[in-house]
Design a protein around this ligand. Structure first.
Ligand code: PHE
Length: 331
């Protein structure tokens, strides 16, 4: 019986057939060895100890062999899945900041150096902060459900970062010099030039005696620090309900070629801006007789498009590593 079990075990190739052998010989009900032990009662009492001892010895040996075989099999499987340490390495990946984050950081660095601090506001806003306090009546096209994503009655996803102007004016006494970056939302289709969510940076300066000269000089200095000393700005008349007068700000950059020669770019629109409308100061509880100011808002995504020659805004969102890799220095 012992020989039979050992032979069967020798030819068992996997853990399932080893388990089958365990059941065939040692199984409680049908097992052959268990059967011998159970049958001891029917033997001559004189033979019982000897036969019993032999059966138990075979049982012990067989159990040990079964475990040995199982362990050997497991070891072989481990070795098959062990890594091949002789394979060449895959090379490491270098991480990098997203191009839009990079532009946002550059804008922030320039204004921080000019004495601005950072402000924030919620992305879920009320109609009051997003529109009415900004001198924008609710029948203005921007407030229409066609353009703005409403969450529920009078609560919406902010369509610009300008509500941070109001929140800042409510909480801080002038002098105020803040930059407020953040996500804004509009009901736009997702295409090469529109995305329903995008980043904006708001700027606000309010103090006694702030004039149009401060406004223009600050933006001109920003443009020079951001794009080089030869950069010029141009203000085109525009309209925003919360600034008066209002302007679109364009920049013209001087590009130096490899051979040292230079050329100027076309005018590139970078922001909306203007002198803070006194009605905005009043709505925020700030004395509009005493204080004046200016504000501006820009989209770092649009600026990154121009800066890196990207012609489709969607590439900033799809996070294809082959696209992003191009902005890693040396990558
Ligand atoms: N909030 C305006 C926009 O989203 C930009 C802006 C900000 C204009 C501040 C003037 C002053 O288009």
């Amino acid at each position: 019986l012992a020989r039979e079990a050992v032979d069967a075990l020798e030819s068992a190739a996997d853990s399932e057939s080893i388990e089958a052998i365990r059941i065939r010989f040692l199984g409680r009900k049908e097992g052959r060895i268990s059967g011998v032990l159970r049958g001891l009662g029917g033997l001559d009492p004189a033979d019982r100890p000897q036969v019993g001892a032999a059966a138990n010895r075979v049982k012990g040996q067989l159990e040990a062999r079964l475990d040995e075989r199982l362990e050997a099999l497991a070891g072989a499987a481990d070795q098959e899945s062990a890594p091949d340490l002789t394979l060449p390495g895959r090379g490491s990946w270098e991480g990098g900041r997203h191009p839009v984050t990079r532009v946002m950081d550059e804008i922030w660095d320039v204004f921080r150096a000019m004495g601005f601090s950072r402000a924030r506001g919620p992305e879920a806003e009320t109609e009051w902060y997003n529109f009415q306090a900004l001198n924008t009546p609710l029948d203005h096209p921007a407030a229409d459900e066609q353009d703005t994503l409403y969450l529920e009655d009078s609560v919406l996803l902010r369509s610009h970062t300008s509500p941070v102007q109001i929140r800042t004016l409510e909480q801080h006494e002038p002098p105020i010099r803040i930059l407020a970056p953040g996500w804004v939302y509009r009901r736009d289709t997702y295409d090469a030039t529109h995305t329903p969510a995008f980043l904006q940076v708001e700027g606000l300066v309010v103090d006694e005696g702030i004039t149009f000269v401060d406004f223009k000089a600050t933006l001109a200095e920003f443009a020079r620090r951001m794009w080089g000393p030869g950069t010029r700005i141009r203000l085109r008349p525009s309209f925003f309900p919360f600034t008066e007068p209002s302007a679109e700000v364009d920049v013209k950059r001087v590009i130096t070629r490899d051979d040292g020669s230079t050329h100027e770019t076309d005018w590139i629109e970078i922001m909306g801006a203007g002198m803070v409308d006194p009605a905005v100061l009043d709505a925020a509880g700030v004395d509009s007789e005493r204080y004046t100011g200016f504000a501006f808002g820009m989209g770092p995504g649009r600026i990154a498009m121009v800066k890196y020659g990207v012609d489709d805004l969607r590439t900033f969102f799809e996070n294809d590593v082959r696209f992003l890799q191009q902005f890693v220095p040396g990558g």
